[in-house]
Design a protein around this ligand. Structure first.
Ligand SMILES: C[C@@H](CNC(N)=O)C(=O)O
Ligand SMILES: [Zn+2]
Ligand SMILES: [Zn+2]
Length: 502
């Protein structure tokens, strides 16, 4: 069938960047799919041309961790699936991975359908879902299997914090990890020790420390590191691959590095916030400013943390970058004006992630453009088993592409950002790297600063189980590491008699 002119696009004169190579090449697109990559391409008449000279042509960003319009702590995240995905496109991200989170006792499948009903009509770009496991029983295990087999879910997030609401104990963590392995899904953890947090919180409030500084004081980085280590040990003991979301500290990152060095199958996800700013803001005199940075795990007061985490992305010890975008405006954060435990947790990031990582990673000389593509897009596509449909500029891949201007600069501000939230944790930061053009489903949705995102144009992307990148070595490893019985003659010596008087 002849394609109509608006479905044909040629990105001309740019430098194509994938995670493993760069090349000067043009990219020809038809009906939302990349059809040709190369030079001197023959394209039909009526093809629209995007001039990309001096630009990098990269796979659109994949944000592995968002919470659009999340019902949380008595309110809803203010960026919904429309404003959130529109902002994502504005910044060069062409796919988000959000979370369907049931309350304790609720059906996981019902939560999945609820999130689908919220997202499908609104998303401007493609999206996938992880599903939260906030309680455990056999029914939960069966629903995890149904979600993997019938609904395109291949990752489940278990919470080790949020005691009394979403937190699982070690027994339930083990059961959920075993089930993830059984169905070929990836176990994700929110790694903080919720029991220590509860203990510390009571002490701090008793001492009259009710401000946002109390939030970080209640959960210092060793509380994140302890849970990260525990999750790695539990998962490794049942042979389940693990993905640690929102890695926020040096200590937790070191745990992931060391476990990977010991051969564990574990992945770590720092976020734009932990790569771009720090926890000194909790001590800001302005309550609103300090509260705007409240999230869990918290940003760390050690201002060397962002560089440290970027170095671990550079050397491959950490693999993906999300944002944990879960935004609340001043009046919502003010629910906790007298008690930091009531400040809705969450920060922005979905719009600025690509620029923040370009500035802190590439401009600083820590990562090159190929590694930038790896950590903002390709690694996520491989881990969640949607590669090369997503995460690559190649024939047959989706035409989700960012035409990146590496030299242009902008100053990040809530005054100019597309997000609905009234605060930006990167306020005032000058960054290099602007998405001059963003192509989504083969259509130009961002053009030199004009965002023409279309609500409902995004599609749900099923993530299939048994990702080779995650499970490719699990079977052999189980066989190789299986404990072996020792053949020996039975003991035939004396045995004491136990008296029954206890
Ligand atoms: C509830 C959700 C977002 N909030 C946060 N990280 O502070 C999460 O824990 O990832
Ligand atoms: Zn979390
Ligand atoms: Zn989250």
């Amino acid at each position: 069938m002849a394609t109509s002119a608006q479905n044909r696009l040629l990105i001309k004169g740019g430098r194509v960047v994938n995670d493993d190579m760069m090349q000067d090449a043009d990219v020809y697109i038809e009906d939302g799919i990349i059809k040709q990559v190369g030079t001197n391409l023959h394209t039909p008449g009526g093809t629209r041309v995007v001039e990309a000279k001096g630009h990098l042509v990269m796979p659109g960003g994949i944000d592995t961790h968002t919470h659009m319009q999340l019902p949380f702590m008595g309110t809803f995240a203010v960026d919904d699936f429309y404003t959130g995905t529109r902002a994502a496109l504005a910044g060069g991200t062409t796919m988000i991975m959000d979370f369907a989170i049931p309350q304790k006792g609720e059906s996981l499948v019902e939560a999945y359908h609820r999130w689908r009903s919220w997202a499908d009509p609104k998303v401007c770009c493609d999206y996938a879902l992880h599903v939260g496991v906030t309680w455990w029983c056999d029914k939960v295990g069966k629903e995890m299997e149904e979600l993997t087999e019938e609904h395109g879910i291949n990752s489940f997030k278990m919470f080790m914090a949020y005691k009394d609401t979403w937190q699982l104990d070690d027994h339930d963590l083990l059961e959920s990890f075993k089930q993830c392995k059984e169905i070929g899904a990836l176990a994700q953890v929110h790694a903080e020790n919720g029991d220590i947090i509860k203990e510390n919180t009571a002490k701090l409030l008793d001492m009259g420390i009710t401000g946002p500084e109390g939030h970080e004081l209640s959960r210092p980085e060793e509380v994140e590191a302890e849970a990260t280590n525990r999750a790695c040990v539990l998962a490794n003991q049942v042979g389940c691959p693990l993905y640690v979301v929102h890695v926020m500290s040096k200590s937790a990152a070191d745990v992931v590095s060391n476990k990977r060095r010991q051969g564990h199958i574990v992945f770590g996800e720092p976020i734009a916030a932990s790569l771009g700013t720090d926890g000194t803001h909790y001590y800001h005199k302005c309550w609103r400013h300090a509260a705007a940075h409240v999230m869990g795990p918290p940003l760390r007061p050690d201002c060397e943390t962002p560089k440290y985490l970027m170095d671990l992305l550079a050397n491959g010890d950490l693999q993906t970058t999300g944002t944990d975008n879960c935004t609340f405006s001043a009046s919502q954060k003010a629910l906790g004006k007298d008690d930091f435990t009531k400040i809705p947790n969450g920060v922005n990031g979905v719009e600025d992630r690509m620029s923040v990582i370009w500035e802190k990673g590439v401009v600083s000389g820590k990562i090159d453009p190929c590694k930038f593509v790896a950590v903002t897009s390709t690694n996520a596509a491989k881990i969640f088993n949607i590669y090369p449909k997503k995460g690559r500029i190649a024939v047959g891949s989706d035409a989700d592409i960012v035409v990146w201007n590496p030299h242009a600069t902008r100053t990040i501000s809530a005054k100019t950002h597309y997000q609905a939230v009234d605060f930006n944790i990167f306020e005032g930061m000058e960054v290099h790297g602007i998405a001059d053009y963003v192509i989504c489903h083969g259509r130009v949705v961002v053009e030199e600063g004009n965002v023409r995102a279309v609500s409902g144009m995004g599609k749900f992307v099923p993530t299939p189980s048994h990702s080779p990148y995650v499970y490719g070595r699990v079977q052999e490893r189980d066989i190789a590491n299986a404990p072996k019985k020792v053949d020996r003659a039975p003991y035939d010596g004396p045995v004491i008699q136990l008296n029954n008087q206890g």
